[in-house]
Design a protein around this ligand. Structure first.
Ligand code: HAM
Length: 421
């Protein structure tokens, strides 16, 4: 037997119905916030992620699926999408359009992490990027959008954590202070942290090793080292979030695992997720375009929702999603009824109703199947009904069965007015 590769999985019905529902609702929200979809390729030149995400990050040093193409070039399955979006902006000069460029994407990302609940090697993200402004008002709107998507998906009980990681002006000074402090305590930390203390001290703050946390908790924080401009920016972001009625916590050690961030970073976590509790991560990346070779500045901010984790949380907490059932199941009894049922099903489907047909002419089996498929109604079509021009309609929730004419059936399915017209 050939199985799905470790860390990948099949998303099967009925779960896939819920995925689609969440994606549909999310697209509606993107539309009202004036975001438009971008579909970048799933693989890119390796250099894009090395430069964009950062040579010293876990993603680039140990998690990328990199392969040599037949012409010798090095390609990588995208571990994230922000670098691709900015590459596309530069390549197609999208930043030259007037106003803020607002793009969203949905799709698979690939990271060779140790698989566990909520962590996969192929996982899905829903992301948004707002490019072309440094205004803290944009930060607040992007964060509001993220919260709105999660709320409309039916989620509550999540925590919004925000921080500022400073800019090229103040961060080097903070890193110097951090490095000096780490010089004193690094020997007590895990092997990864001892290496990071030297190569990329900020990443030490990201360490998940339990035993390291008391020491990490005492390290200096970036908020104590922000320059005036970054402090003003962060104050304004917090003020705008309060004005929008968004609850948040400031988490001064939130640095996130990608190197392109400047100023605002944020994360949304949910208790139901356990160890992998980050549902969404995002932040500002004012220097990313330049680090990818652009001569033009393209400051931006965005986020990516871990769609697997969002769906896992939705499936584990009671939410107001009904099963994606059928509007109507038709149970034809006999050949003539079968042909009539097929015509009727075609008409109803063309008018947007989901309809399934029973195949074997056995009423009991058909009703069982209708139940399993979550049909709201079952229409019973026997020879008698066909002859008298009426149908038997069973309400599957109440069990009530009534005789209906074709026009009453349309009424019950909410198609009555159209029919009359
Ligand atoms: P990230 O924090 O690396 O950020 O990933 C965002 C989200 O993707 C995480 O919060 C998590 O829910 C989900 N995720 C990450 N890795 C896995 C995995 N192995 N399995 C399942 N879910 C996972 C980014 O990717 C940035 N591009 C976000 C961003 C957009 N920043 C600015 N714009």
């Amino acid at each position: 037997m050939i199985h799905a590769v470790k860390g990948t999985r099949d998303i099967l019905p009925p779960s896939s119905d819920l995925w689609n529902l969440v994606e549909q609702r999310t697209r509606d929200i993107f539309r009202v916030y004036n975001y438009h979809e971008i579909r970048p390729p799933i693989f890119e030149e390796t250099l894009l992620f090395a430069r964009g995400v950062g040579e010293e990050t876990d993603i680039v040093t140990k998690e990328m699926y990199t392969f040599e193409d037949r012409d010798g070039s090095s390609l990588t399955l995208r571990p994230e999408c922000t670098a691709s979006v900015i590459r596309a902006c530069i390549e197609h000069r999208l930043d030259q359009q007037p106003g803020l460029l607002k793009l969203y994407y949905m799709g698979p990302m690939f990271r060779r992490e140790r698989p566990q609940k909520g962590r996969y090697r192929q996982f899905y993200q829903i992301g948004a990027e707002a490019i072309g402004s440094e205004s803290p008002a944009v930060d607040a709107e992007v964060i509001e959008l993220a919260v709105e998507i999660l709320s409309r998906a039916g989620l509550d009980g999540f925590r919004l954590l925000v921080n500022s990681v400073g800019c090229l002006e103040c961060r080097p000074k903070y890193i110097a202070a951090l490095r000096a402090e780490l010089g004193k305590v690094a020997s007590t930390l895990c092997a990864d942290c001892r290496r990071r203390a030297d190569t990329n001290p900020l990443r030490v703050l990201d360490c998940k090793v339990e035993a390291d946390q008391p020491v990490i908790g005492k390290l200096p924080t970036i908020l104590e080292h922000l320059c005036e401009a970054c402090r003003v920016h962060f104050d304004a972001v917090r003020q705008y979030l309060r004005e929008r009625g968004l609850e948040f916590e400031v988490k001064p050690r939130l640095v996130r695992g990608l190197d392109y961030y400047t100023r605002t970073t944020f994360e949304i976590t949910h208790g139901a997720l356990g160890a992998q509790n980050s549902l969404l991560g995002g932040g500002r990346y004012d220097g990313l375009a330049e680090s990818l070779g652009s001569k033009v500045r393209a400051p931006g901010i965005g986020f990516s929702i871990g769609e697997d984790r969002l769906l896992m949380t939705l499936e584990e907490t009671p939410v107001s999603y009904g099963p994606a059932g059928l509007d109507l199941f038709i149970a034809p009894l006999g050949d003539t009824a079968q042909r009539h049922a097929a015509t009727l099903a075609g008409q109803l489907r063309r008018r947007g109703k989901s309809v399934e047909l029973g195949l074997d002419g056995k009423l009991k089996r058909s009703l069982e199947l209708a139940n399993k498929l979550g049909a709201a109604f079952t229409l019973i079509l026997g020879e008698d009904e066909m002859a008298s021009g009426v149908y038997q309609l069973k309400n599957m929730a109440s069990g009530e069965q009534v005789t209906v004419t074709p026009s009453q059936l349309l009424d019950l399915l909410g198609l009555g007015t159209e029919h009359a017209g």
